[in-house]
Ligand binder design. Structure first.
Ligand code: ATP
Length: 242
């Protein structure tokens, strides 16, 4: 079985040869996204906008056509066919995202084949915990649950409006971006005593487009500043409620 390849991307500004990303700078990570539904499209487009080379694969020709102008390389193919994956040179990609959700069989089979073919890092999207468990069992390096995670994010924003973003580090620890509460404005980090009062560490301060890594005790907060803090979830929650 073959595949249809399309060449591409004015946005990535690359001149490409057919096949597995010919002529790319060696140090740049190579990404492939299998399944160009809403999730796969969004991952691929964002990586491409960040300057990475992205191969998109989908068995649906219309979905591939939609992404021809966006991704570095877009291919219409059935990723459950091992010879197709081989001929795309998939094992040369540093990261492959399996963005197939509804077709459980395809999602599991593709993940298994990618690991068998030697792909270093496979991130797969799961519909539910059972699907996720199977993906782990067949070798996925990371399994994500986009709908569940977005639901958690939205709920957290609803109860703590000053939270900009957060990353779960471990079950009880997070890194959170939080807009400086009114009471913090005009004070420096020494006066705020966040470490002793809330048991959190300030990793960075964001002001507009600038980011100040490892801010010191003398740094004053201005209105609109964003604090990047790390700590236990209970302590972060107390800070959020400021
Ligand atoms: P999303 O929620 O991301 O929009 P979706 O719900 O539209 O996804 P999914 O079943 O998760 O649909 O599939 C995502 C994409 O994966 C679809 O565009 C589908 O054509 C593609 N796909 C499914 N199976 C394969 C396969 N074996 N090979 C290549 N692409 C596939």
């Amino acid at each position: 079985m073959g595949y249809n390849a399309y060449i591409f991307s004015p946005f990535c500004g690359l001149t490409l040869s057919c096949g597995p990303m010919g002529g790319m700078p060696v140090e740049k990570k190579q990404f492939a996204v299998i399944g160009l539904g809403r999730f796969g499209k969004s991952v691929g487009q964002t990586l491409c906008n960040m300057g990475y080379d992205v191969l998109g694969v989908d068995r649906n020709g219309e979905r591939v056509q939609e992404m021809v102008e966006v991704l570095t390389h877009a291919v219409e193919a059935d990723a459950t066919e091992e010879n197709v994956l081989r001929s795309l040179g998939i094992r040369n990609f540093d990261v492959v995202v399996v963005a197939i959700g509804k077709d459980l069989q395809a999602s599991i089979l593709v993940t298994l084949l990618l690991k068998e073919l030697g792909v270093g890092y496979v991130l797969a999207k799961a519909q539910d915990p059972l699907h996720g468990k199977v993906l782990h069992k067949v070798g996925a390096d990371r399994v994500i649950y986009p709908e569940r995670d977005m639901g958690i994010r939205v709920a957290r924003h609803l109860v703590a409006a000053n939270i900009v973003d957060y990353i779960d580090l471990a079950p009880n620890y997070s890194i959170v971006e939080i807009t400086a509460p009114k009471e913090f404005v005009g004070k420096n980090l020494r006066q705020l005593e966040l470490r002793s009062r809330y048991r959190v560490n300030v990793l960075a301060l964001k002001r507009g487009k600038k980011i100040h890594i490892s801010p010191g005790a003398q740094d004053f907060l201005e209105r609109g500043d964003i604090l990047v803090v790390m700590g236990e979830n209970d302590d972060i929650r107390r800070l959020e409620q400021q």
